[in-house]
Design a protein around this ligand. Sequence first.
Ligand SMILES: [Zn+2]
Length: 188
Amino acid sequence: MVFQDEAAFRFVGGRVSVDFTATRGLRWRDRGVERIPAPADLARWFVEAGLTDLTVPVSASALRNARELREALYRLMRGRVRGEPLDGESIDLVNRWAAKAPPATRLTADGSATRLVAPTADGLLALVARDGVDLLGASRANRLRECSSDTCTLLYLDTSRAGSRRWCAMEACGSRDKMARYRRRAAD
Ligand SMILES: [Zn+2]
C-alpha cells in the first residue's frame, strides 16, 4: 500500500469517524487535498467505508454539512492528540449530528444484519458522529495519534499492544521515512 493517488480514500484510522477526517488529506499544504470534492464522492465514501451497500443520494448542502462535521471531528481528535482543550463549537456541532437518527437496522432470518430503511446521507453522517462521540468520550481516545511523517497528517487509533505505533501505515509513511534516513546516512 503506497499512497500514490492523492485523491484515493484512506482507511488507516481504525474507526469510521477517524477515517472520515482523512477525506481531507495532506493538511500541511495550504488547503490540503479535498477527497470529497463532489456529492458523488461522499456517496462513494459511504460505500467504501462499509456504511452501506447502496449509492445514497447526496445533495450539495449535505456535502457542505458533511465537510463541516468532518472538520469538527478533526479539530476535536487533533486536540486530543496534542493535549489541547476541546473546541466548544466543534463539540456542539458533533453533538447535533450524533443526536440525529442513524439508519434503522434489522436482523434477517439468515442471521445477517441489514439496514432496512434506505439510508440517507444525514443518517449515515449521524452514524459517523456517534462513532466520534463514542471514541472521544472513551479512555481509548488517548490512543489517538497523528502520523509522524512530516508530509502526512492522517490521524489513527493506535491499537498496538505497546501503544507505540508511529505511522498511519508502515507500508506508506513508515518505509518512506526509513528510506529517507538511509539516504541521509549514505550522503554523510
Ligand atoms: Zn502517514
